[in-house]
Write a protein that binds this ligand. Structure first.
Ligand SMILES: Nc1ncnc2c1ncn2[C@@H]1O[C@H](COP(=O)(O)OP(=O)(O)OP(=O)(O)O)[C@@H](O)[C@H]1O
Ligand SMILES: [Mg+2]
Length: 374
C-alpha cells in the first residue's frame, strides 16, 4: 500500500461523513414538506439529540434537499449576535447567490423602506413587537422567497447556544413569512437541554409546534453500509467477520461509525483488507476515544442521584421499568420522576413506552458497565 493512502472516515464533530446512513424517513419528511408547499408542518423542523448523534450531518442533508429543489439556503451556527450576523452577512450572501443565477431576474437589496415586486408589508408595519432590524429581516426573506420559483431555507445549528431573545426574533420573522404563504422553511438543530429551555419560552410557540425529531440510534443493518462502502472505496475493504464486529461495536451511534471506521482502517496500513484482528484493535481505540470525548464528559455532568439512576439501568438489555429503578435506587416515586425528566433533558435516556426508559445512546451503558467493574 502506498503512503498516500487517505483515511476516508471523518471522526470529527461537524464533519460530513463519507457515507451518510439511516434517517431516511426523517429526510423524507422534510423533503415532502418542501414539496407540499406553504402550510406544511415539516417546513419548520428541529433535530434534537446529544453530542455526536448526527444533528449537524442531518441538517446538512436537509439543506441538500432544499438545494436540490433550487432553494436558497441561509445557514448559520447560533452564537451571540446571531441576528446581526444573519443581517450583515448571511442574508446579503443569499441575495448575491440569487443574483448569480442565470434564470433569475437581477435583484438588489432595496432597503427596508422601498416597496418592490408588488409585495406590501402592512402586516409588519403596525406590529409593536417588530423592531426595525426584524422588519428588515422579514422583508428580505420575503423578497428572496417571492421572486421566481425560489424558496428560502433558514438553517440554524447549535440552537441551544443562542439567546432566547434572538431565537424569538427569528421565529417571529419566519412566522410572518409563513402567514404570507411564502416558500420559506426553517430547520434547526440543538442539544435537548438547551433547546428545551428555549422552547419553554411561551412566546416561541412557533418552535414548539415545529416538527421535532429526537435522533435515535441508527439501525445496524444501515451502519454496516456506512462502514463497508467508504472502506471498500478507499481500497481497504473489511473482511466479512471484521465488518460484523465493527458494525456491532458502533451500537448505532453516528460518531462511533466514523471512529470505528477510522481506527480499523488505520491499524495495519500494509494489509490489503481489514481483518478480524485489525478490527479488534481498531474498535478498542475507537472506544477509548468515544469514552474520553463523549461518555466521560456526559458522566461528569450527572449528579450523584442521576448516576444512581443510570447505574440502576445498566444490567437491563434494552429498557428498564421505572418501578425497577425505584426499587434499585430506593428513590421515591416523585424523585424518580424528577430525575427521569432531567436525564431526558440531558439527552442521556429516552422514554420508550409508558413506565419504561432506555439509554439514548447504548454506548453509554457499555461505558457505565465498564466503570462499574473497575
Ligand atoms: N447518518 C450518519 N451516517 C454516518 N456518519 C454520521 C452520520 N451522522 C453523523 N455522522 C458522523 O458522526 C459524527 C458526529 O456527527 P455530527 O457532527 O453531525 O453530530 P452532532 O449531533 O451535530 O454533534 P454535536 O452535538 O457535537 O454538534 C461526525 O463524524 C459525522 O461524520
Ligand atoms: Mg453539531
Amino acid at each position: 500500500m502506498s503512503d498516500e493512502f487517505r483515511n476516508p472516515f471523518r471522526p470529527t464533530f461537524g464533519s460530513p461523513p463519507p457515507r451518510f446512513v439511516g434517517r431516511e424517513a426523517i429526510r423524507w419528511s422534510f423533503a415532502q414538506g418542501l414539496d407540499d408547499g406553504p402550510g406544511s408542518p415539516a417546513r419548520a423542523t428541529l433535530y434534537v439529540g446529544a453530542r455526536g448523534v448526527g444533528k449537524t450531518a442531518m441538517l446538512n442533508e436537509a439543506e441538500r434537499e432544499a438545494e436540490l429543489r433550487g432553494w436558497i439556503v441561509i445557514r448559520e451556527t447560533a452564537r451571540a449576535g446571531l441576528v446581526d450576523s444573519l443581517m450583515r452577512a448571511r442574508i446579503p450572501e443569499a441575495f448575491a447567490a440569487l443574483d448569480g443565477r442565470p434564470s433569475g431576474p437581477a435583484r438588489r437589496i432595496t432597503g427596508v423602506d422601498t416597496p418592490f415586486g408588488g409585495v406590501s408589508f402592512d402586516s409588519t408595519t403596525n406590529d409593536p413587537e417588530i423592531s426595525p432590524d426584524l422588519r428588515s429581516m422579514i422583508e428580505q426573506l420575503e423578497q428572496i422567497a417571492s421572486t421566481g420559483d425560489t424558496g428560502v431555507l433558514l438553517s440554524i445549528d447549535e440552537l441551544h447556544a443562542a439567546a432566547t431573545e434572538e431565537i424569538r426574533e427569528i421565529a417571529i420573522a419566519i412566522q410572518h413569512t409563513f402567514r404570507r404563504q411564502l416558500n420559506v422553511a426553517f430547520v434547526g438543530a440543538g442539544l435537548p437541554a438547551g433547546l428545551d429551555a428555549i422552547l419553554d419560552d411561551d412566546i416561541i410557540t412557533f418552535l414548539r409546534r415545529a416538527d421535532r425529531h429526537d435522533l435515535g440510534p441508527i439501525d445496524l443493518t444501515l451502519v454496516d453500509e456506512g462502514l463497508r462502502d467508504p472502506a471498500a472505496k478507499a481500497g481497504r475493504p473489511f473482511d466479512d467477520d471484521a465488518l460484523r464486529l465493527a458494525t456491532a461495536a458502533t451500537e448505532g451511534f453516528a460518531f462511533m461509525i466514523q471512529l470505528v471506521g477510522f481506527h480499523c482502517i488505520n491499524v495495519d496500513r500494509t494489509s490489503p483488507t481489514i481483518t478480524v484482528a485489525d478490527a479488534r484493535i481498531g474498535i478498542d481505540a475507537a472506544r477509548h476515544r468515544v469514552d474520553s470525548l463523549v461518555h466521560e464528559p456526559e458522566f461528569r455532568g450527572l449528579t450523584d442521584r442521576e448516576r444512581a439512576f443510570v447505574f440502576a439501568m445498566v444490567d437491563d438489555a434494552d429498557e428498564t421499568a421505572m418501578a425497577a429503578i425505584r426499587e434499585r435506587t430506593g428513590l421515591d416515586m416523585n424523585n424518580t420522576n424528577t430525575h427521569r425528566h432531567r436525564l431526558i433533558r440531558k439527552g442521556v435516556i429516552r422514554p420508550v413506552r409508558k413506565g419504561y426508559v432506555a439509554f439514548a445512546n447504548a454506548g453509554f451503558r457499555t461505558y457505565l458497565g465498564n466503570r462499574k467493574l473497575n
